[in-house]
Design a protein around this ligand. Structure first.
Ligand SMILES: Cc1cc2nc3c(=O)[nH]c(=O)nc-3n(C[C@H](O)[C@H](O)[C@H](O)COP(=O)(O)OP(=O)(O)OC[C@H]3O[C@@H](n4cnc5c(N)ncnc54)[C@H](O)[C@@H]3O)c2cc1C
Length: 382
């Protein structure tokens, strides 16, 4: 094998690239050479992942906090949601990058290289990745690079940005309950999209407070800042605090079907359609997709994971919810409040994680205004 030829190349060492690389660094792939490329050394704490998981998980060692219960505030009611059989987990970006890169550095078959990727194309039978550090080939390339063209295409379908600004703050007073994260707080103005805040308490004095919006356009930084200050003043009587860290981001929520592959280039992560259209949650889908890729490789199959009937069913539910939000048939605040008021928390968390079964889904469908949802459902079905 030449220096620049590998069995697998992973383009992008974010959540999806690292999740897949960790699996390819395991024993069954010991004789496969893997190249992982990213422009960044992944030394920044650029995001925080929240997700829920049953029992122990692959990244528990790196998980920063986890909780048994979460709080939900709708415009008219507040609920204590018991997560069981799940736990709500918080994984800081930098902790995950450190954990994964340490493991990969210790592996014998994965090479991590810092390089700007210019393009990914074909070279004979192989896929070829052209980078600032040269060209590399492999029979299969896994890419999490999300281009402007995909966003452009996604915008032609139902589309909203989930955009947010989060502050890790410290107050002088013990204002936060470390056992009680706020999963969604919709008691904020709903004037420009569906807006909610989540609060992850890190101690009695510190919390990550993230102002989140579902809307077609992202906001100027000052708008989130002002809204967050107002939220902290209203609900925590807090005006004086230190900001220890800022995170800002946006996630595309769309009914667009992101392509699964282009020849020998297999798309992973958000670029591979792993973002849930109705909520933006992606992390657990990435884990399931990585497992499916690896299982297929171990069975001697191609790593292109076809969309299952199961996934198509959940896409239909997601698109229905997104349809209702995009066309403002119901405010996000009222929709989520209705769903959490009328369904047990475990059913909702199964559903929001694409893990529910049909009877649970029927019960959920029965809990929302039937006419509005039936119309949206059949529009998306057709
Ligand atoms: C701030 C933030 C918070 C989020 N929170 C949650 C959450 O709580 N729960 C959840 O489920 N989802 C969350 N998401 C959504 C989703 O889980 C993340 O976006 C996740 O990181 C997606 O993984 P990915 O691998 O597709 O993309 P990324 O993690 O963005 O990885 C892509 C990688 O490609 C690299 N790259 C891009 N272009 C090039 C190039 N030309 N050359 C070389 N390298 C390149 C980048 O440096 C990056 O490392 C969040 C997203 C953001 C932005």
């Amino acid at each position: 094998m030449s220096d620049n030829h590998y069995d697998y190349i992973i383009a992008g060492a974010g959540a999806a690239g690292l999740s897949l690389a960790l699996r390819l660094a395991s024993k069954p792939f010991a004789n496969k050479q893997v190249l992982l490329l990213d422009r960044s050394a992944k030394r920044e704490n650029d995001r925080t992942w929240c997700f829920w998981e049953k029992g122990t998980g692959m990244y528990d060692e790196a998980v920063y906090r986890s909780w048994e219960n979460v709080k939900f505030h709708g415009p008219n009611s507040s609920l204590d949601l018991r997560m069981a059989p799940y736990r709500y987990k918080m994984l800081r970006g930098l902790d995950f990058y450190d954990y994964a890169l340490d493991k990969l550095q210790a592996s014998a078959n994965v090479v991590v290289k810092k390089a700007e990727i210019y393009d990914i194309g074909l070279s004979g039978e192989d896929a070829e990745v052209n980078t600032s550090e040269g060209s590399f080939t492999a029979p299969w390339v896994f890419s999490s690079l999300l281009g402007n063209e995909e966003i452009h295409d996604a915008k032609k379908r139902l589309f909203l940005w989930q955009h947010f600004l989060g502050w890790h703050i410290r107050s002088e007073e013990p204002l936060f309950d470390p056992n009680q994260p706020v999963f969604m707080d919709f008691r904020v103005p709903q004037t420009d999209g569906s807006c909610f805040v989540y609060v992850l308490p890190l101690s009695r004095f510190e919390a990550l407070v993230e102002y989140t919006v579902f809307s077609p356009e992202v906001w100027e930084k000052e708008v989130y800042e002002q809204a967050t200050r107002e939220y902290l003043r209203m609900f925590y009587k807090l005006t004086d605090f230190d900001i220890l860290h800022v995170e800002q981001g946006r996630i595309p929520m769309s009914s667009y079907k992101f392509p699964v592959n282009e020849g020998r280039v297999v798309f992973i992560g958000t670029a591979g359609g792993q973002t849930k259209a109705s909520t933006g949650y992606t992390f657990m889908n990435i884990q399931r997709h990585s497992d499916a890729i690896v299982e297929r490789l171990m069975d001697g199959q191609s790593p292109i994971v076809p969309r299952s009937a199961w996934q198509r069913r959940f896409s239909l539910y997601d698109n229905t919810l997104l349809h209702v939000l995009v066309h403002q048939q119901m405010r996000g605040a009222d929709l989520f409040e209705t769903l959490f008021l009328k369904n047990p928390a475990a059913r909702m968390f199964d559903f929001l994680d694409d893990q529910s079964h049909f009877l649970q889904e029927l019960a959920i469908m029965n809990s929302v205004p039937r006419r509005k949802f039936a119309k949206a459902f059949f529009k998306e079905l057709l």
